[in-house]
Design a protein around this ligand. Structure first.
Ligand SMILES: Nc1ncnc2c1ncn2[C@@H]1O[C@H](COP(=O)(O)OP(=O)(O)OP(=O)(O)O)[C@@H](O)[C@H]1O
Ligand SMILES: O=P(O)(O)OC[C@H]1O[C@](O)(CO)[C@@H](O)[C@@H]1O
Ligand SMILES: [Mg+2]
Length: 341
């Protein structure tokens, strides 16, 4: 078979390992041929493809980013749609597509599968908010980067006796904040799943200071203060028309300072969390998911995505990932919150 691969949505460390895993498994073991569509669905609707032979994927598992590029272009944008996709696939002699992406990419893939386009998925997001898989690749790397940054914020916070606020990614869920915050020993972790008042945050910060510590507060970009209607956004809209988040850390830092009298500084980690070398865990997970996706194409498992369940890779319908967000459960937050302050 001739298989097309695309990477779509925000990038995540491990995308290249998925591509390599699929190409090596599919070409060496099953004799498939591969092409890559550039910049996600854009390459598929515009017929912008590149060859993906074994030589093209040599050594890329350790590289961040994606050799195929990514975008937030929709396959349903004006002038596109299933008929265009079908024509491009036929023109390139491509029999099936592996779409690597988050909930948006998989939602688009599900619509295309419903129109008869043969697609299998690989779940991707550093936010770890996709259901239907125990964990997504990229998350472990993002947590490690955020933890390293917080370790550094703590030493400068200690030197000046300041409260440091570290803002991490997490549009709808607080997984990165929770795990990096636990790892760095944060005195407060603020997540989208749990509204919190400035008074409560100030109480945690003051309590840490009273024990002689320089307080560390971790906040996810999608966190909402008790009265807020929407997550903080002042950076316009993304290519799909959604608010670009970021800035909540800078917003709450002066309020913490005003409420506690403790000098406070904020650092927004932003896209640093999505860049660079994937951890060994993410390389292994991504490679296995890529291999599984190639096998799924061989079995014509259209409308399903590769998934990690426990220690095994299996496959689940797209719906398993799309029906609900994987949020931080209450007991996991409460377990961490028991150590705040
Ligand atoms: N329901 C949908 N129908 C058709 N196209 C969609 C749908 N949802 C999203 N898309 C398209 O798929 C693109 C990728 O989705 P999105 O931007 O949410 O990235 P993602 O794959 O979810 O990754 P990330 O984790 O970065 O959000 C969107 O930008 C949009 O163009
Ligand atoms: O700046 P970009 O690429 O649009 O993506 C930002 C978003 O992507 C994510 O990293 C992953 O979905 C979110 O946490 C963040 O809001
Ligand atoms: Mg998305």
């Amino acid at each position: 078979m001739r298989i097309g691969i695309l990477t779509s949505g925000g990038d995540a460390p491990g995308l290249n390992a998925v591509i390599r895993g699929a190409v090596l498994r599919g070409s060496v073991v099953d004799g498939h041929e591969f092409v890559g569509f550039r910049d996600g669905w854009r390459g598929l609707v515009e017929g912008d493809a590149m060859p993906l032979a074994r030589t093209q994927v040599r050594g890329i598992a350790r590289d961040g980013g994606t050799i195929l590029g990514s975008s937030r272009v929709s396959p349903y944008r004006e002038g596109a749609g299933p008929e265009v996709v079908r024509a491009v696939l036929a023109a390139h002699g491509v029999d099936a597509v592996i779409a690597v992406g988050g909930e948006g990419t998989l939602a688009a893939a599900r619509r295309l599968v419903d129109e008869g386009i043969p697609i299998v998925g690989v779940p991707k997001t550093i936010d770890n908010d996709l259901d239907g898989t125990d964990v997504t690749f990229g998350f472990d790397t993002a947590v490690q980067i955020a933890t390293d940054a917080m370790d550094r914020l703590r030493t400068t916070g200690d030197s000046h006796g300041r409260c440091m606020v570290a803002e991490v990614m997490g549009r709808h869920v607080g997984w990165i904040a929770l795990h990096s915050g636990i790892a760095a020993g944060a005195h407060a972790i603020l997540v989208p799943e749990r509204r919190t008042t400035i008074e409560q945050i100030a109480a945690w910060v003051t309590s840490a200071r009273e024990r002689g510590r320089a307080p560390l507060v971790v906040v996810a970009e999608g966190f909402l203060l008790d009265q807020a209607d929407d997550p903080h956004s002042e950076r316009g809209l993304d290519a799909f028309g959604r608010p670009r988040l970021g800035g909540i850390g800078e917003r709450i830092a002066p309020r913490i300072e005003a409420a506690t009298g403790i000098e406070t500084r904020a650092a927004t980690l932003g896209h640093v969390q999505r860049g660079g070398v994937p951890t060994a865990f993410d390389r292994v997970l991504a490679t296995r998911l890529g291999q599984a996706a190639s096998d799924m194409v061989g079995r014509a498992e259209w409308g399903r995505m590769a998934s990690l369940r426990g220690t095994e890779i299996t496959s689940v319908p797209f719906a398993a990932a799309l029906d609900a967000l994987k949020t931080v459960p209450e007991h996991r937050y409460d377990e961490a919150a028991a150590l705040f302050g």
